[in-house]
Design a protein around this ligand. Structure first.
Ligand SMILES: [Zn+2]
Ligand SMILES: [Zn+2]
Length: 280
């Protein structure tokens, strides 16, 4: 019997997340109808958000990888298939069944913390399985053109050129973070190298002090997520500036963090920062 393809497993995981969100909402409504006090409303909300946003985040990762490799990615390899099977079983047995049983047997005290941890693990595990498959397929590709084909640091890149391919420029993880509002991958937060390109990124936010036009100065917080979102495809190749891109200046690139941060501080204004969620 042929094993289920990656595309079908991803679809089942996404639908399982949506089922779990529905079952949890039903349980919550039933609990509310009984007027039971909820001292843990925060955790309950966090769980609800986690269950309802995880499907779209997994979908975004899959879509991005699929755009790059097409049906080969959809079919997938045995490693990814078995990893995704495990995630699917976990969400079915440790989330849906658990909440469903609580609902049917009128149990109104369940561990939100455990459920949040399980749901986050399934989400991260599913994304990691896809990212690793992407990485394996990438490694099996013929070598890329030499780095001389990359634009010079600080030089604008013309996205309208026929040979311009955004997925060659930014790292896959950076593209994922650009497309979703998902959290920073755990590995960056604990200082591990990027799963796709191998670059090590700053695990914490950085602060800059910038002079305002009123003669005072203001603190700028550049989050580690912003830097992750801008990192380029090759290992330690530096950063591409998303602020420049948003301002219609094309993509500008910087070989290291120091140059990139001074560019953010000196060449951009407070109004540029205002449109960027990961700078405050
Ligand atoms: Zn990377
Ligand atoms: Zn810029």
């Amino acid at each position: 019997m042929p094993s289920i393809e990656v595309a079908a497993l991803v679809a089942r995981i996404i639908s399982a997340f949506s089922t779990s969100a529905n079952v949890f909402q039903t349980w919550k409504a039933k609990r509310k109808a009984k007027n039971l006090p909820d001292q843990r409303a925060n955790e309950s909300n966090r769980l609800e958000i986690c269950l309802s946003t995880s499907g779209p985040v997994v979908q975004a990762e899959y879509d991005r990888d699929f755009r790059y490799f097409g049906s080969r990615f959809a079919s997938g390899d045995d490693v990814t298939r078995s990893q995704l099977q495990v995630q699917l079983i976990t969400i079915q047995q440790s989330i849906i069944m658990l909440v469903q049983n609580a609902l049917l047997s009128n149990v109104f005290d369940i561990s939100y913390t455990t459920l949040i941890a399980t749901a986050s693990n399934v989400r991260q595990g599913s994304i990691a399985a896809l990212v690793e498959q992407y990485q394996r397929m990438m490694a099996a590709q013929p070598p890329r053109p030499p780095p001389t084909a990359l634009p010079q640091p600080g030089a604008p890149v013309d996205r309208s050129k026929a040979d311009f391919n955004i997925s060659h420029l930014y790292c896959g993880i950076a593209l994922l973070l650009q497309q979703t509002s998902g959290p920073m991958p755990l590995r960056f937060r604990i200082g591990l190298p990027c799963a796709i390109c191998g670059s090590v990124l700053p695990p914490r936010s950085l602060e800059l002090v910038k002079d305002t036009s009123y003669g005072s100065s203001a603190r700028l917080r550049i989050t580690s997520r912003f830097l992750a979102k801008c990192h380029l495809a090759e290992k330690d190749a530096g950063y591409g500036c998303l602020l420049c891109e948003k301002a219609g200046k094309g993509i500008t690139m910087f070989p290291d963090q120091t140059e990139f941060l001074s560019h953010i501080k000196d060449d951009h204004s407070f109004s540029d920062y205002a449109g960027e969620n990961d700078i405050s």
